[in-house]
Design a protein around this ligand. Structure first.
Ligand SMILES: [Zn+2]
Length: 403
């Protein structure tokens, strides 16, 4: 069944390769995705999508089918920057193809998914475009994920009214089926003191000394955080420190630290904040503990802000969405496909973490190459992923009907 769908994808190999190449050639740093959005928009129209639009934030959105089951395929189309210190084998925006691999910024994180989605949607439209499809498949090129993971999809769902029943993320999984990730959050802690002349320091109270005692406890806390499968252990890292006083010859009356916190299953922002408040309380130190706000501006000029909290999520191993994903993998690879989790954060923090929409990931490319000057993609893997993307909606419908 659906042999013709897989065959159609195989027959379009050249178009798939030219599409990923063009996506890599268009530089699309976070907040500067206008040009790549226009390119994807033109491809979606060319491939006969039923609806194509750019939303209020600047995400590019295409839909095929009008059916009641709403599936969302997300690929963030922004990338991190190329720095002067990086040492690329081939120029990062050339999209050079050598011996079946393509090289460049975004070749892993995560332009392949968008190329695959486009060709998969094209195959479905070519073969089944005249029929009523039982699903609505949204293909989303989301913007600014590298800056504020989750926000682009939160915008699409909450402000644009697209309500997916199921979400597929195109972050690299090396053709495995991924079902979750640790969450993350940022925290700021401030301590206060009493300023005094450095020559009379006994008359002051040093806010840095107070903070030092808190930092010591945070270092201990990091060792004690629980490990929960399949995500492993959470972590806490003091990532910055600053202080203020009347001058460098004075006792400072203010000190502030910034914290990076990774969250495993069972940890959430309430737990994290109360752990830190508890530390200050047990030391008898008055401290302010808060989650900072993230502020961003998209390529469209749309301003937004969000609390710097990105919740943990895991899809249950026996969830029907994973069943459908595994059935699809079986069809495409003729073998069982392994499951796993990401070590980094994804747009799933919004769809699964905040909104509880069943979400999983599948894409080519090795996670450990993301954000490095070694980004490379095996083009055969991209073709396999594209076959998966074309077949998945139909396997999902089968799984739902069997329920
Ligand atoms: Zn990514």
């Amino acid at each position: 069944m659906f042999e013709n769908l897989l065959q159609n994808v195989k027959n379009q190999r050249q178009l798939l390769e030219s599409t990923i190449q063009k996506l890599i050639q268009i530089r699309s740093y976070s907040g500067q995705e206008g040009e790549i959005v226009k390119f994807i928009e033109s491809r979606m129209k060319e491939f006969d999508f039923d609806e194509v639009f750019i939303d209020g934030l600047g995400n590019i959105v295409g839909r095929i089918g009008h059916g009641p089951i709403v599936i969302l395929y997300d690929a963030h189309i922004d990338t991190v920057k190329v720095t002067d210190n990086e040492n690329w084998l081939y120029p990062p925006f050339e999209g050079k193809i050598v011996d079946g691999k393509i090289y460049g910024r975004g070749a892993v994180d995560e332009k392949p998914a968008m190329a695959g989605y486009l060709l998969a949607a094209r195959a479905i439209k070519t073969l089944y475009g005249k029929q009523e499809l039982p699903f609505s498949l949204y293909v989303v090129g989301s913007v600014m994920e590298e800056d504020c993971d989750g926000y682009p999809l939160l915008h699409l769902i909450e402000k644009e009214g697209i309500k997916p029943d199921f979400v597929l993320l195109g972050e690299p999984t090396d053709l495995k089926i991924y079902r979750g990730q640790r969450g993350r959050m940022e925290i700021e802690i401030a301590t206060f003191g009493k300023s005094a002349h450095g020559a009379h320091n006994q008359q002051g109270i040093n806010a840095i000394y107070r903070m030092a005692r808190i930092i010591e406890q945070i270092e201990k806390l990091d060792q004690q955080l629980p490990s929960v499968q399949p995500l492993g252990k959470g972590s806490i890292t003091v990532s910055d420190i600053s202080s203020k006083g009347p001058s460098l010859c004075s006792v400072p009356d203010f000190c502030c630290i910034h914290i990076d916190r990774r969250l495993t299953l069972g940890e959430n922002k309430e737990i994290v904040i109360s752990q830190l408040k508890e530390i200050a309380k047990s030391l008898g130190i008055v401290a302010e503990v808060r989650i900072p706000q993230y502020h961003g501006t998209s390529w469209k000029g749309t301003k937004f802000e969000q609390e710097a909290y990105f919740p943990t999520w895991v899809l249950a191993e026996d969830h029907l969405l994973l069943k459908a994903a595994k059935a699809t993998g079986q069809q495409v690879f003729n073998r069982e496909v392994e499951t796993g989790v990401w070590s980094f954060s994804t747009n799933g923090v919004a769809t699964a973490g905040r909104l509880n929409i069943p979400t999983f990931g599948f894409a080519p490319g090795k996670e450990e190459l993301a954000h490095s000057d070694r980004e490379e993609l095996v083009l055969d893997d991209l073709q396999k992923a594209t076959e998966f993307y074309a077949l998945f909606p139909f396997e999902l419908m089968k799984t739902l009907n069997e329920k």
